[in-house]
Every structure is written in structure tokens, then in C-alpha cells.
Design a protein around this ligand. Structure first.
Ligand code: NAP
Length: 291
């Protein structure tokens, strides 16, 4: 691809964001599709996010991805929002239609597509979600969509989990979600679980020797353990779960599918999934070795 006068630009806005693998994934896809587009990572401090959104309009960017810590602000700053973004309370993808910004949340569907590809059934399952932050809310919406029987959300700060359970119950219109401290005994008492999903950053590079507490004795035989972390691909949590005979799934699939859905929103073209998957793999391999 050659940067020219008519090259279209999309970007990921985050803070920090220099570690992102999304540029490699999307630029490989643009090339495969023969699109003269480019994708760059732009570090935007929290207090500059309003200005950055005005910049999307002023500079005529085709769209953006938004990552930590801007996803909630993004929902506030768009002109209209898709249903998943409204339910999740956050937008990770923005489409610029002639200065009018539309927000989407492709994490919600991305998680479901990754679980499906990984052969992890969610319908009718009792699910434990480790974490109660912004991404956990999106996963909660995914689980509700998928027809999970119930969900227990957890946080080191118990009140954070309680607030998320209240939000999810309001969305469900029934007592579907419960809260627990991120503490083995309390989580075990609310079990048993057939699916466990880590949505905390515990175990994410460079802290690869960490993992969140998990109530293994309350995890049912044949259960699946999913991580949303993708760097490293095999977290300590997944290695431990595999050692106990549970089926495991890394967060790489969620990253891939949320990206593929975003690309389809911007370009209207079908995402070249295998090209994007290979580009992600290469980017992650490079990031493992000290540059
Ligand atoms: P967040 O809003 O900061 O929430 C993090 C949650 O984890 C909170 O409940 C927090 O609890 C807890 N937590 C934080 N540090 C912890 C630690 N060291 N040990 C145990 N618990 C800890 O973050 P987020 O936006 O929800 O993102 C969470 C993770 O999701 C990210 O780190 C990322 O790995 C993953 N993610 C992956 C994808 C993907 O495409 N694969 C997409 C989105 C997110 P307290 O505040 O109570 O301490």
C-alpha cells in the first residue's frame, strides 16, 4: 500500500495504545481488499478525548476504534449509537458519515463469535465473570444475548460488582445476575459454574506470572474457561485450567472478531478473516521479543 493524497485514514484512540496489534490486523486487511486505507494508533489523553472526537469530524477520518480508557466517553460523544453500544454503555467503534458520528460496540458480538468458533456453548449455562469493569459489562450483555442461565460478576471492590449486577438485572428485566467479591470462598458459594470468563487484566503482559483467583472446586466437570486477555495467548489462568482438564479459549478470537466487525462497518466489505488472524499472530509474536 502506498500512502497517497486520497488515502483514507482510520485510527485507534487509546491511552496507552502503542502496544496495540490492531494496526497490523487492519492494514493487512485493507491490503488484501485492495483498499487504499491506512490504520494508525493515536495516543489520546483522557482530558483530550472530546477534542479528538471533534478531530475525527474536522480531519474527515473514516472512523475510529476506541479502547481503554475512552469507550464510555465515546458513547457520550457520538451523535447516535447502535443497540449493543447503548446496552453495553460503551462504544469501541465509530463510523464517520459526513461529520455525523455513529457508535457501535463490536466487543459484544465479537465475544459471541469467538466463543462459537471455539466450540463454547453459552446458552443455558451458569457463568462466572471474573471482573466487573467496562469490558465485563459488555460480556454481560453478550451472555444475556446468548441465553446464559445466570451470571455472577465479581470485583476486588465488591460494590463495583454489585453495581454491574444491578445494571445487568435492569437490562434482563429479572434477577439474572448476582455479585460476589473476587474472592475464592464467596465465588464458590455462588457456584457451581459451567463457564468462567476472565475480564480482569490479571495475567496480561508484562504481568504474566499473575492470575485472578478462581473457585476451582465450584467449576463443573467439562466446564470451559475463557480469557479475554490475548497477550500472552496462554495466560497463567488458562494453563492452570487446562491442567485441571477444563477446555480453554484465549482472548485472541474476541480481538479478531471485534476487529472484523469494525472493518465491515467502515468499509461495507466482508472482512478477510484469515488474513487478519495471521497478521495478529505475527504482530503478537513480534511483541513477545524485546524490540
Ligand atoms: P477495567 O474497567 O479497568 O476493569 C477491570 C476489572 O478487573 C475490575 O473489576 C477490577 O476490579 C478488576 N481488576 C483490575 N486489576 C486487577 C487485578 N490485578 N487482579 C484482579 N482484578 C483486577 O478494565 P476493562 O476495560 O473492563 O478491561 C478488562 C480486560 O478485558 C482488559 O485488561 C483486557 O485484557 C480485556 N479485554 C479484551 C478484549 C479483547 O478483544 N480480547 C476487549 C476488551 C477487553 P477492581 O476495580 O474492583 O479492583
Amino acid at each position: 500500500m502506498q500512502i497517497r493524497g486520497d488515502t483514507e485514514v482510520v485510527a485507534v484512540l487509546g491511552y496507552p495504545v502503542r502496544h496495540s496489534c490492531s494496526p497490523e490486523m487492519h492494514n493487512a486487511a485493507f491490503e488484501a481488499l485492495g483498499l487504499n486505507w491506512c490504520y494508525v494508533a493515536l495516543e489520546v489523553a483522557p482530558e483530550r478525548i472530546e477534542a479528538a472526537f471533534e478531530g475525527i469530524r474536522a480531519l474527515g477520518l473514516k472512523g475510529v476504534n476506541v479502547t481503554i480508557p475512552h469507550k464510555e466517553a465515546a458513547l457520550r460523544l457520538v451523535d447516535e449509537a447502535g443497540e449493543e453500544a447503548r446496552l453495553a454503555g460503551a462504544a469501541n467503534t465509530v463510523l464517520n458519515q459526513g461529520g455525523r458520528l455513529k457508535g457501535f460496540n463490536t466487543d459484544v458480538e465479537g465475544f459471541l463469535l469467538a466463543a462459537k468458533e471455539g466450540g463454547v456453548a453459552l446458552a443455558g449455562k451458569r457463568v462466572l465473570v471474573l471482573g466487573a469493569g467496562g469490558a465485563a459489562r459488555g460480556i454481560g450483555v453478550s451472555l444475556l444475548r446468548a441465553g446464559a442461565e445466570s451470571v455472577v460478576v465479581t470485583s476486588r471492590r465488591r460494590e463495583r460488582a454489585a453495581a454491574l449486577a444491578d445494571t445487568l438485572n435492569a437490562l434482563a428485566g429479572r434477577a439474572w445476575a448476582a455479585a460476589s467479591a473476587l474472592e475464592v470462598r464467596e465465588m464458590a458459594e455462588a457456584g457451581p459454574y459451567q463457564v468462567v470468563v476472565n475480564v480482569t487484566p490479571a495475567g496480561m503482559w508484562p504481568n504474566v506470572g499473575e492470575m485472578p483467583p478462581a473457585p476451582w472446586e465450584a467449576v463443573a466437570e467439562g466446564a470451559a474457561v475463557l480469557d479475554t486477555i490475548y497477550n500472552p495467548r496462554q495466560t497463567m489462568l488458562l494453563e492452570t485450567a487446562a491442567g485441571k482438564g477444563f477446555r480453554t479459549l484465549t482472548g485472541l478470537g474476541m480481538l479478531l472478531y471485534q476487529g472484523a466487525l469494525a472493518l465491515e462497518i467502515w468499509t461495507g466489505r466482508e472482512a478477510p478473516l484469515e488474513v487478519m488472524r495471521q497478521a495478529l499472530d505475527r504482530a503478537l509474536d513480534l511483541k513477545k521479543s524485546p524490540a
